[in-house]
Design a protein around this ligand. Sequence first.
Ligand code: FES
Ligand SMILES: [Fe+2]
Length: 481
Amino acid sequence: MTSIDSRVGEARSAGPSVQDLLAADTRTVPKSLLDSSYVPQGLVDVPKTRYTDHSFAALENEYMWTSTWQMACHVDELRDPGDHVVYDVADQSLLVVRTREGAIKAFHNSCLHRGTKLRTDDGRVASFRCPFHGWRWDLDGVLVELPAEWDFPQVFGHPDSCLPEAQVAEWCGFVFVNLDPQAAPFNEVAKKMVEHFGRDFAMANRYKAFHAVKEVPANWKVVMEAFAEGYHVIATHPQILEFAGDANSEYSIWEESPFVTRFVNGFGIQSPHLGPLSEQQVADAYMAFSARSSKGAIEVPEGKTAREVVAEVFRSAMAPIFKVDLSTVSDSEMLDAHLYHLFPAFAPWAGVGQSLVYRWRPGPTPDTCFMDVIRMMPVPDGEDRPAPAPIQRLRLEQSWREAEGMGGLADVFEQDMENLPKVQLGLKMTAKRAKQGVSFGAYQEARMRLIHRHIDDVISHGLVADGRDLSELAPFRIPEG
Ligand code: FES
Ligand SMILES: [Fe+2]
């Protein structure tokens, strides 16, 4: 990452930086938020075909989705022995299960007889029985029944008759899986995320209060990238400009933990795109939007900022709802969006109160994907963990507004959704005279370039390991520099 000119991406928007906002916070700010870093990723264009071409999607499916850490479910969905979740990604499927001893294991979800997918739905079972001829495995993946056993002398009792396993890791209640037995350990790959959340953010004490997954008509990277910068706010969500610091958002890339990145969007300040607004105007606009006016008007006293006043309103409004003490929580955690990203496609919000979690997976063609939106809520002080919300599944043509409990977030999401099929269509225009690449910003979109470079790395590593020719990747590869 260091071969690129270090001056590239040094320019920044007008307006206060996120670090300026943290310095003015009325409470002690978590150390993790002060830990920001940027590593230049150059200026080269990223080939459009990476988002649209079937051969590139096939390379991603074969090498990337089979060798990276991905969030499969939450431990609350695996409370009792036999509870299992089917995690499908690209052409792969895993059965993530709670064993009788209380461990969590992930098995390849494919019968060792003739390949049948063993389970298609989440649920609770005593064992996994193939629906085709009835081969049966226990919760530890050991083959315990095989009708007409006399006809399979090569199978029964043989060590290879166990269901193959994937690697499993747990982070803040989420279960991660990795199909590659050689993959580096989760804690190493997710270093910054593990360190920051472990020290400063209460994700582990949250429960899943909402979960919807929707098929979206664009490539998984298009959709993921639409949630990875504040740059699109000016055109896509202009209704929040009066109280969102869009262009002066902060983007972090850490040399020592290159698979984790972060995007911080300050709220309770005006966008640098607008002419000067008073603190009162910023606070009014923010309150009208966030509470949908339920709280009514608030006054920003002389010498105070909209941020500190709105943060205080949020503290007193949210504490009784979440039944947690928020008195020492920083303004930044009350207001701002702190969105981490773990390569390839997991993005949890940090901060207090509710936390959103996003996940993306490829669809059946490069032109669609699945996006999960999960809302994690604090477990009320002194109460048991509530049961996790069931997953609501939305088809391609459905709207996020049909997801029960998504609230006002659905309207903002629908604004994003309107762009996505148009992006996918425009990316297909690669005729001779057409522009062939996507031109990311040097700073605001640097993380996207980095993620694309990781994809190239993991695919080339896989091709070499399999003795295949790197020329298969060549047409799609991001040039150096
Ligand atoms: S395919 Fe599973 S038992 Fe035959
Ligand atoms: Fe958006």
